[in-house]
Write a protein that binds this ligand. Structure first.
Ligand code: T1G
Length: 703
């Protein structure tokens, strides 16, 4: 890590070099600061250009640094920017690819900003539960108007070079940003944003500012529901208009320092690093990932079509094997419609959409799959059907071609027995809708090779998926934990807590959807099938699921399930409380002898559902099905809507205190039954006063 320096035409070029993203760490800033001061004191120098090594400007502050308490000697981006402000020289930022967060702020402190066509500028701080803490909230509203500045920072908008140029955030775009910056300095002058006033939107008078601010506060979630940083960001931008630059900066610093120590931000930074740790798998470092040039999907249903789109979006040619013509037509319409929508939304050009759409071919002939590097099977969830497909694939696909199943519950090792290539068989469990949901569970069978895993993770990265390694157990990670969550939701309703109350409590906790609305979305028949296949896992004390199934109350798709649905309300997707289902619960509970309870608190509802996740999460770690608690957190934040500002179930357990979770589970075991058996790992951590964050996997079973 260092700062390269060179002089050209009376201009000093300072090159940030701190692989992999040139993060402006405390250590790099400690090197950068004296160089800025030396350039400012050097008579021969007219100006300074900041640029980044390896074609990256900088990914912003080093997020690791936020976990250390800065000392008075610590140098940060703020100190570097302060030195720029005090200098008489002209400063320019020459930006290639990313200028994020603090890097964007460094560029805003300069007099000029030059980008290459690949330049991307954004303030991702809000996604870390922070706000731009090196002057961004004060300088950006002095370059674009307050409303636009708020949008850019609240939405972490990734501005392309073109967009930034159009907004005046970049002054020039050119292939050689450094050369252009040197030329601009040659003709340029000092023009610090700090000397300007914040810009009100056209036609808005200063008296209207309180209204704009109150509207902005209304646009973001409540502080306790993920909006904590957003409200502080609005306060900081308000200060940019109402206070002097100096006082506004002081206000921003105070708000940032409050956020960086806040629980939501620590949880979001945990999610940031946990996501990047996912692909660090013991034994995979030396593995060889095959380049997947040709892929195939077996089955052109909803999932198969979604998976095909994932390949097309990743630039991988894909053949969909679907024997039913109507299904092929439906799949083509879905793909065509989806890409047309992307073009309408300006997300893709016509050309890009056309190229991607054309990369999806259909056939009913397995013989065309010979050269495939990877085939994903997405047929009916039946072991016989899948084994038949894998036997056919094994006979046709070239040696070394990977065969993956999208199964959500079936045994990968069992599927592999249908082939002579178990080392190339694995699970790739996509979540519906496959082309939208980022979560992907990559399931390792006993014989799955590390090369096969490395290839699957590389494909997951190309698809921009969040890929999590799972061992081969029923329900893998996400659904296996969900079964216990679902059990508690159903048990609560059997004890007399109406489904709408369970859902309301879980939505108040932070889930976008309660469990019963979720069951209705995925289909009561799915629960019915699972309960049949694995009564040991999906246990109900009553016959409620059977009753609903027999009544064809399968959820949204039949207009009724645990709730009623009315086409005229929310397009038939809005759950409407149904007293007849509550009566059915009471009836079935009486038949099954389930005692009714009238005093169940929201806290109990939340604890039973969330602690069920935690307990099963601990069990999966013990069994080596999940590698790290952070992996389970990512599964729940990305796949099941666990509130990211609570960091995921295992992070949340540490926040609550593992001992408190353990004690509550012991209480549930006494009062609710033996199904509340605390996982051994949970007990160990509770008794030792430890945390899940400190858990290091022993040799995981699926290694
Ligand atoms: N700090 C520390 N490490 C970082 C980092 C960062 N800002 N960005 C990336 N890394 C690490 C990452 O953990 C991984 O490490 C490796 O780099 C590659 O990351 C004061 C307060 C830049 C677009 O939020 O968006 O500035 O796993 O796999 O896909 O107001 O990384 O290899 O050990 O993501 O090519 C604001 C976050 C900070 C940017 C590159 N900046 N990073 O994507 O690589 S707060 C961010 C990204 C701030 C100021 C505020 C992406 C990327 P490892 P990667 P990528």
């Amino acid at each position: 890590m260092n700062v390269g320096t060179s002089d050209r035409g009376g201009v000093r070029i300072l090159t940030l070099e701190n692989p992999p993203v040139n993060a402006l760490s405390f250590a790099l800033c400690a090197q950068l600061l004296p160089l800025v001061e030396a350039a400012s004191a050097d008579e021969r120098i007219k100006g300074v250009v900041f640029t980044g090594a390896s074609g990256i400007f900088s990914g912003g502050a080093d997020v690791n640094d936020f976990s250390t308490e800065p000392t008075p000697e610590t140098k940060t981006i703020r100190d570097v920017i302060d030195a720029i402000e005090r200098s008489e020289k002209i400063f320019a930022a020459a930006i290639d690819t990313n200028a994020l967060g603090g890097a964007f702020e460094l560029a805003l402190a300069c007099d000029y900003r030059i980008g290459t066509p690949r330049a991307r500028l954004s303030f991702p701080e809000i996604q870390l539960g922070l706000l731009p803490g090196a002057g961004g909230t004060q300088r950006l509203p002095r370059l674009v108007d307050v409303q636009e500045a708020l949008q850019i920072m609240l939405k972490a908008t990734r501005l392309t070079a073109e967009e930034a140029l159009a907004k005046g955030i970049l002054d020039r775009v050119g292939d050689d940003a450094v050369e252009t910056a040197i030329a601009v300095i040659g003709d340029g002058r000092k023009r610090r944003l700090s000397e300007r006033k914040a810009i009100l939107p056209k036609g808005v008078v200063p008296q209207a500012l309180p209204f704009i601010v109150s509207q902005a506060h209304k646009m973001v979630p409540p502080e306790g529901k993920g909006g904590y940083a957003a409200h502080k960001l609005v306060d900081a931008v308000e200060a940019a208009v109402t206070l002097s630059f100096k006082h506004g900066l002081a206000r921003e610093f105070r708000l940032f320092d409050e956020l960086v120590r806040s629980k939501p931000s620590m949880a979001l930074r945990h999610v940031f690093f946990a996501e990047r740790a996912l692909s660090k798998i013991p034994g995979l470092a030396g593995a060889h990932a095959t380049n997947v040039a040709q892929a195939a999907v077996i089955g052109g249903g909803t999932m198969g079509t979604g998976i095909a789109i994932c390949f097309a979006d990743a630039g991988i040619a894909v053949t969909v094997v679907e024997p039913v013509d109507e299904q092929v037509e439906r799949a083509k319409q879905t793909i065509f419609g989806m890409y047309a929508h992307q073009v309408q939304r300006g997300r893709l050009t016509q050309e890009e959409a056309w190229t991607r759409g054309r990369s999806v071919r259909f056939t009913d002939d397995y013989g065309e799959l010979k050269e495939c590097d990877l085939v994903v099977e997405a047929v009916f969830e039946s072991m016989d059907v899948k084994k038949d497909v894998f036997a056919k694939l094994d006979a046709v696909v070239k040696p070394g071609g990977l065969l993956a199943s999208n199964t959500s519950t079936l045994d990968i090792d069992e599927i592999a027995t249908a082939t002579k290539r178990p080392a190339q068989v694995l699970g790739m469990h996509f979540f519906a809708p496959a082309n939208i949901m980022k979560l992907l569970e990559i399931v390792r069978g006993k014989a799955t090779s590390t090369d096969a895993l490395a290839t699957a993770f590389a494909v997951g990265k190309k698809m921009r998926k969040v890929a999590v390694l799972s061992g081969n157990a029923f329900g893998f990670i996400g659904n296996r934990m969900l079964f216990d969550y679902a059990r508690e939701a159903v048990f609560l309703a059997e004890e007399g807590v109406p489904p709408y109350r369970v859902d309301a409590a879980m939505k108040a906790f932070g889930f976008p959807m309660g469990p019963f609305a979720m069951f209705d979305l995925s289909g009561v028949d799915v629960s019915w099938h699972i309960a049949r296949a694995r009564p040991d896992v999906m246990t109900g004390r009553t016959k409620i699921v059977d009753r609903l199934y027999e009544m064809k109350r399968l959820g949204q798709k039949t207009g009724a399930g645990y709730y009623r649905y009315d086409k005229s309300k929310g397009g038939g997707r809005e759950p409407i409380r149904d007293a007849s289902v509550e009566a059915l619960f009471a009836q079935e509970a009486e038949r099954a002898g389930v005692a009714q309870r009238s005093n169940v608190s929201d806290d109990e509802i939340v604890q039973r559902c969330v602690y069920a996740l935690i307990n099963q999460g601990a069990a999966l770690l013990e069994q080596g099905i999940a590698l790290r608690p952070g992996d389970e957190d990512i599964v729940y934040v990305y796949g099941y809507g666990f509130p990211p500002h609570d960091g995921g179930p295992m992070w949340y357990a540490d926040e609550v205190g593992v001992k408190s979770v353990y004690d509550a589970i012991l209480h549930f075991r006494e009062t609710l039954g033996a199904h509340w058996q605390p996982a051994r790992l949970l007990e160990e951590i509770a008794r030792s006063g430890g945390t899940f964050a400190a858990y290091e996997a022993k040799e995981p079973a699926h290694a």
